[in-house]
Write a new protein. Sequence first.
Length: 227
Amino acid sequence: MILALSASGCGRGEEPDLINGKALFIGKGTCGACHVLSRAGTKGNRGPDLDQAFGPARNVGLGEKTVAGVVQEQIALVRRNSTMPKDLVTGEDARDVAAYVAQVAGQPGKDQGALANAGAPKVSNKPIVAKAGSLKIDADPTGALAFASRKASAGAGAVVFESANKSAVPHNIAVKDSGGKLLGEGPDVKGGASSKFSATLAAGKYTFVCTVPGHEEGGMKGELTVK
Ligand code: HEC
């Protein structure tokens, strides 16, 4: 049976899994927290823009395999003192991430089919409602640039904001008025800690955001209605 299976497998295990690669790039792997890659929708700015790094090479005909090799090498052989953590992903996962980056870097358009939704954070549209003046809006546990919901509501007066962050990517929670003015902000936290602050808010529309550079722009924000 095992023989028959491997004989009919025709080395399909050699093909990288792009869906896994994209999910890791966006989520757990957190590559996207530091790198722009437009097809993946990531806007991190602590490392080089990967569309710019590899798009031109792809366009002059450097093959996907060559680019994938460069990316995979970077993951495993990060230079000393780099802020990019070494071996964030390993083995087949590293191969999958590298193959995904190589396929999409600098390419126009959008990912299609199953790849389109790979790794999308689970964000609810159901508003989170403050209880006894306390509003708990957690960060996405995988490190994606998202809060648990895009909407929240609270009663006018003192509101305590609290956002637990289980991921390794630093996040905070902050509130802005409808003109974009920052009204309050909790500390940057990671690894299970909570970012917390309180603000006194009158009835109206606000946004809650993560003010770590690039995160609000990357989608880490939502609407807060105070009644
Ligand atoms: C904490 C931030 C951070 C994370 C997370 C991160 N990188 Fe990087 N990356 C960097 C920085 C900074 C550089 C610049 C070169 C260096 O420091 O080695 C870089 C360089 C690169 C390069 C080389 C780009 C070039 O211009 O040659 C590639 C490719 C790359 N990263 C891919 C990845 C992938 C894939 C992941 C996820 C597995 C990842 N990075 C995760 C910060 C990060």
